[in-house]
Design a protein around this ligand. Structure first.
Ligand code: SIN
Ligand code: FE
Length: 303
């Protein structure tokens, strides 16, 4: 578990260097850019810093869906159409800029990813009052309830756009190490069904809860969703697991496979983020991916 600092001005790394960074990401390291390689215009930043979401329980973030160029999650009651249009334009540009940067920076992937949502996170993270499964101050690996990945990896790129404050994270040991603390062979999902009968019983026995059958999710997605909930709902693991705190300074960026690295945000305000779903074929070290780790435990194909 390491934070790898990327020197300023590296946009087109040599192929061996880019490959080494992909390997580090896949193994659970965080790539950290002390000075963001995707700076916003000053007036766009000022505009974003003027935004404050009113109802924290309704919307965690403002989301931008690049594939359909749609913005959601803003407070339609209070936002003026002009402000929404401005926000939309800023998010569109952010998404495009990050994508262009990573297409070159992570060249071994050859953009073999699906561009997922971008988000703007304008709320203070410290002391947010959210339902347990949506709390981000509890360590967790990411899984999306409505967007199964079928084994693709969740890569997230962040900008701390707060003018002064750090964004305070804690991370824990990567997926392979963490899951093996809990998952005996029996709880692994079964091939050909969301979770076999024996698997369901075993999952209940170890407290992972009953699986909710879903046609759209693969056994892999089903496991990852339950594992996200299981970690957040496990006070003993939350208290006892290894913890590595990192405070990302104002103006910095970082990226990490959030399905691999258990993470929590404890404090900070105003971040931008773009998510990529990187396809299994693109991995430079497939053997450490959550999919392969779980398939090894299950001795079966899961996606
Ligand atoms: C999360 O993905 O759990 C939250 C990360 C953040 O907003 O800093
Ligand atoms: Fe998360």
């Amino acid at each position: 578990m390491a934070v790898v600092t990327i020197p300023a001005g590296v946009a087109d790394p040599a192929p061996e260097q880019a490959r080494a960074w992909c390997e580090q990401l896949e193994a659970g390291d965080i790539l950290y850019f002390p000075e963001t390689p995707v700076p916003l215009d000053a007036d766009d930043t000022s505009f974003l810093l003027g935004q404050q979401q009113t109802d924290s329980s309704l919307h965690k973030n403002i989301a931008y869906k690049p594939n359909i160029d749609k913005l959601s999650g803003f407070d339609a009651k209070t936002a003026s159409p002009a402000a929404v249009e401005r926000l939309h334009g800023i998010m569109r540009k952010y998404s495009q800029t990050v994508t262009a940067f990573l297409t070159r920076f992570l060249s071994p992937y050859q953009a073999n990813w699906q561009l997922d949502y971008a988000s703007f996170r304008p709320q203070e993270e410290q002391g947010r009052d959210l339902p347990l499964r949506r709390r981000n101050d509890l360590l967790h690996t990411d899984a999306f309830p409505t967007r199964p990945t079928h084994g693709a990896r969740i890569l997230r790129f962040f900008n701390n756009i707060h003018p002064a404050r750090t964004r305070d994270w804690v991370v824990s040991d990567p997926f392979a190490e963490t899951v093996r603390q809990f998952a005996p062979k029996e709880i692994a999902p079964q091939p050909g069904s969301v979770l076999g009968r024996a698997g369901k019983a075993a999952a209940r026995a170890v407290g992972l809860g009953a699986a909710i059958p879903s046609l759209k999710r693969s056994p892999y997605d089903d496991f990852m969703m339950r594992f996200h909930n299981f970690l957040k709902e496990n006070p003993r693991w939350q208290a006892e697991c290894a913890k590595y705190p990192f405070q990302f300074p104002a103006g910095s960026s970082w990226m990490v496979y959030t399905d691999t690295v258990p993470h929590a945000v404890l404090a900070g305000q105003y971040a931008l983020e773009q998510t990529f779903l990187v396809r299994p074929q693109a991995m430079v070290r497939p053997e450490v991916s959550p999919l392969r780790v779980l398939e090894e435990i299950a001795q079966a194909r899961l996606a």
